[in-house]
Design a protein around this ligand. Sequence first.
Ligand SMILES: [Zn+2]
Length: 508
Amino acid sequence: MRRWMIGLLIVFTLAGNASGLEQKGQKRAMKPTWAEQGAGVFRWETAPKLLVTDGLRRSGADAIAPLQERLRARYGEAVQPQSAAGRLPSQPLILVGLTREHAALRRLAERWKTKLSTEGMGEEGYLLEITPQRILIAAAKPAGAFYGVLRLLERMGSDPKNPADLPAALIADRPAMRWRGMHVMVNGRASMPQLERLLTRHMPELRLNLLILEINYNFQYRSHPEVANEGGLTAEDCRRLSELARRNFVRLAPMINCLGHQSWAETTFKLLTAYPEFDETPDYPKDNKGIYCRSWCPSHPDINRVVFALFDELIDAFQADAFHVGMDEVFILGKCPRCKGKPNADLFAKAVNDYHAHLVGRRKVQMMMWGDRLIDSAVMKYGEWEASANETAPAIDKIAKDIIITDWHYEKMDDYPSVRYFQQKGLRVLPAGWNRAENVRLLTGCALKDATPKMLGYLATTWRGVETVVSGLEGDERALASGKDMPGLMDAIRVGAQIAWEGRQALQ
Ligand SMILES: [Zn+2]
């Protein structure tokens, strides 16, 4: 992927302002599924009562936390959430709750039944009604209440002390895609401030609910300090991130890129410098001249003992229920005396199934991996990075079918047949785009067109340190100027998030 980046940077440089056409996807609020205006205006002259249903308070108090904070900025401590049992008082109020828990919310849901799709509100949908007297937010689950609250906050504007008057409205909203993700590279503790802002500010704004953190050796591993880079995340950092993720209804999946990608340019990564015996090609030049990335040997009798200990530490530190094993662009395979003579598809499938046995079998977490080695580039006309030209593709019929495939495609294509192919093979697929909004539109359009329930959503990849990505999202000019494709990347992230929430209407 990253070699592509270098190639594309050159193209961008030559193309000059051509990418400017795509740079107009500025920040805008997500459009709701359905909205109509009512009569009158809700004003903030006096502190409204804040009522929350008991079930929501018990199961998802975090859903109303941002609203509470905003009301506190305006009215001080005067507004405390109260139980929403029984009749509603006549004074101005905001009622947030799970639909089944309050008669006023049930009546609202009844009136709106025809406006929502047959699946109803789902896990993350909500109804928002604003009248001059009151504001109601109804959701089936806490996550829906959270997104309803976010919508209300957006309507209140950005000045916490002076919220905007709210014209009466009825809104019904639910995401088109269940999984709305971002993948970022974590450099260790230095990434913490930006990771925190990503989780608390940008992911809610973009309505994203999955963050894949590529950590690799940037964690202070206790089981194997010999493979840990200096300045890596601590277990305490991970606990903090996991807490922020929970409060913002984001799922965190740590990632170690397995098998391939064990070096970059002249730098060989710590696993292979600490354990040269795991190197698939120990005789290749130490400065990695002439090769893309080193691989570890999937047949070495001790390799899994070491890397599973790393998996376990990250899963425990994040209390994660999903783990991404990478496995993209594995070009070096079957070279060492242990592996030589075995088909590449068998070697690759063995590695996948080993990790699966540990992650899914023993740790009971979901396993994710990149999809490129499972696609035959001779059949699907992607390049040799996006699809396999080294005989690994038949592994698709030898691996567990509950693995989630992140299917990355960054080029402009009329069709992306692999998205269908993975579903046909019984695998769940999460299509992943990168730094051109136009290509993201094409990929997601293709994914939405032929989606079965195995098509999960959309993943934005970034291929820059999370510091740069977050600074870019915040409009920092130095970050935006740090690469020719940075404005395009920001645009592509926003467009992908809009399509993931709004679905087809964002493609028009
Ligand atoms: Zn080997």
